[in-house]
Design a protein around this ligand. Structure first.
Ligand SMILES: Cc1ncc(COP(=O)(O)O)c(C=O)c1O
Length: 425
């Protein structure tokens, strides 16, 4: 037996044990998915690459959009390790200098008008924070968009507009209206005849299947919200920190929401952290009373070290511009590849920056494409609220070689799919 054979056998034995433990103690569903994806175990990661225990290397376009800086970025990792060694979690009595520094770093890159930060540990908690802020201003009715995704805790789930995630947990928050995404007239209609409201909106819908709104939509939303006194939450958890090739999705039309939600990339891909960033006026109820909305680990120094370093690294690496340039190149390459290999299987390639959606003709084909891409050593996510759409969210620091490798892998996967499904389904 060669060294490689021994390593492969040991990895297979370990994988079988891990799958069995997942089945017994974590989730039988995850265990089955893991098996379907080849039974590999994640071991280590660096930049755009993830390695399995057996030594297989994957190009990471998954992670639900977290890895704008890739994995284990040295600047963020060093900052976090230093903080872990000195003071990772705070007393909540004395003030934390790193929270102040992280808040300042974040505010400095936010749209004008957003000057207050409430740090939390996950995207869904950022949504909860913003919904509570809206309630504190008397906005009792919540308006969300069809297929919008804002998290899965009870408040956030109430505005995550997909019944398969909601139905098991009803009753959710009352007074929630769903309107079609990208339809300003529908917003006006509900605002006209309703009580005091709050509208939560993704600048580009992510889990809904990478849906880009029509030009002028965000501006019109802001105009309507101002005209009708509606509290506006921009959910930038996926789209922010450069993912779309600009700092924030709302930059496209320069709108200024009451609250903006930040997550994913803020972690630097190292430590979970998210935030709700608000205007002075929106934040007022939280400002006065520091105990009104709290959580033990919120703003923990180790998370603050990650957030501050992540923002600094995004600036130092020019990651926002790189996301734009690399995003254009990848979208063009993937589009021409899809056209070459039987376009009957792929409905559309769309996206902005490094949020790229590949819409297959049906969810089954999208699933097959995920498996073909796995065979070609590329990891991608499907869209939770639109199963026919795969999402590629590679890091902004992708090298030219890695970008070429990604395009070749996608081309191989499209070709393999076209061979297996030679005619339209
Ligand atoms: C737009 C948006 N909002 C909120 C969330 C929830 O964030 P988390 O999964 O960190 O709770 C997500 C996660 O995918 C998201 O894409």
């Amino acid at each position: 037996m060669t060294t490689l054979d021994t390593r492969t056998t040991m990895a297979a034995d370990e994988a079988a044990a891990v799958i069995s433990t997942f089945r017994r103690h974590l989730s039988s569903g995850r265990a089955s998915l893991g098996e379907m994806f080849g039974g590999h175990l994640e071991d280590r990661s660096h930049g755009a690459l993830v390695y399995t225990r057996g030594g297989v290397e994957y190009l990471n376009c998954a992670g639900y959009g977290v890895f704008i800086l890739g994995a284990t970025h040295p600047y963020v990792t060093d900052a976090v390790i230093a903080q872990v060694r000195t003071h990772p979690v705070s007393t909540r009595i004395l003030l934390e200098p790193l929270a102040a520094a992280a808040a300042e770093a974040l505010i400095n890159v936010c749209p004008p008008g957003l000057t207050k930060v409430h740090f939390v540990g996950s995207g869904t908690e950022a949504t909860e924070t913003a919904l509570k802020m809206a309630r504190a201003h008397g906005k009792r009715r919540l308006i969300t968009t069809v297929n919008g995704y804002h998290g899965k805790t009870m408040g956030a789930l109430s505005v995550t507009a997909r019944s398969i995630y909601q139905d098991t947990f009803r009753p959710l928050l009352p007074d929630v209206e769903q309107i079609p995404y990208g339809d300003a007239a529908a917003l006006e209609q509900v605002l006209k005849d309703g009580p005091e409201s709050c509208f939560i909106l993704e600048p580009v819908q992510g889990e809904g299947g990478v849906i880009i709104p029509p030009a002028g939509y965000l501006t019109e939303v802001q105009r309507l919200c101002r005209a009708y006194g509606c509290f506006l939450i921009a959910d930038e958890i996926l789209t922010g920190i450069g993912r779309l090739g600009r700092w924030w999705g709302v930059n496209a039309e320069g709108i200024e929401p009451d609250v903006m939600l930040v997550g994913k990339g803020l972690s630097g891909g190292v430590i979970p952290v998210a935030a709700a960033v608000a205007t002075e006026k929106a934040y007022k109820p939280f400002d006065k009373d520091p105990f009104l909305h709290t959580s033990t680990f919120a703003g923990a120094p180790v998370a603050m070290a990650a957030a501050k370093a992540a923002i600094e690294a995004v600036i130092a690496e020019d990651a926002v511009n790189k996301a734009s340039t690399t995003g254009h190149l990848l979208k063009e390459g993937i589009t021409s590849s899809a056209q070459r290999h039987r376009p009957h299987l792929i409905r559309e390639i769309r996206g902005e920056g490094l949020l790229i959606g590949v819409e297959a003709h049906d969810a089954g084909l999208a699933g097959e494409l995920v498996l073909e891409l796995l065979d070609a050593r590329v990891l991608v996510n499907h869209s939770l609220n639109n199963s026919a759409v795969l999402r590629l969210t590679p890091p902004a620091l992708l090298t030219t070689d890695e970008a070429d490798r990604l395009l070749s892998a996608v081309d191989l996967a499209f070709a393999a799919l076209a061979r297996r499904f030679p005619s339209a389904r």
